[in-house]
Design a protein around this ligand. Structure first.
Ligand code: AMP
Ligand code: ZN
Length: 110
């Protein structure tokens, strides 16, 4: 399931110390190291899935958990009312640099 060369698997396994803003059985949430906005979170499933292209039919709960946790994190970070963006970069042409599925949450602009 995990990929030993994957930076996000290392974060999940606590081999790279990272503050988790949220964790449950399915996923973790932490701040992006190179933020594109005042608030920039990454929501990362614990299962190593390369990209959206590699989702299996049995992964639907992972996808719904990512979205529902994004909703909750937006409220926790107080950007739910002002607004925010959620996005997945898919493969190199889509801007993906870390090949372990993750949902970006950005917001907090004035
Ligand atoms: P993507 O381009 O969609 O693959 O996004 C990968 C994101 O991971 C980028 O926004 C990076 O800034 C972020 N990132 C890479 N390494 C780390 C790390 N160790 N801790 C937090 N964020 C990271
Ligand atoms: Zn991984």
């Amino acid at each position: 399931m995990e990929n030993e060369d994957c930076i996000f698997c290392k974060i999940i396994n606590k081999q790279i110390p990272t503050e988790f803003l949220y964790e449950d059985d399915q996923l973790i949430v932490f701040k992006d190291i190179n933020p594109l906005a005042p608030i920039h979170l990454l929501l990362v499933p614990k299962k190593h899935i390369r990209s959206i292209n590699d989702l299996e039919d049995s992964d639907t709960t992972i996808v719904s958990d990512l979205i529902m946790t994004a909703r909750d994190m937006a409220e926790k970070m107080s950007v739910n009312k002002s607004g925010y963006r959620l996005f997945f970069n898919v493969e190199k042409g889509g801007g993906q640099e870390v090949f372990h599925l993750h949902l970006h949450l950005i917001g907090g602009w004035e």
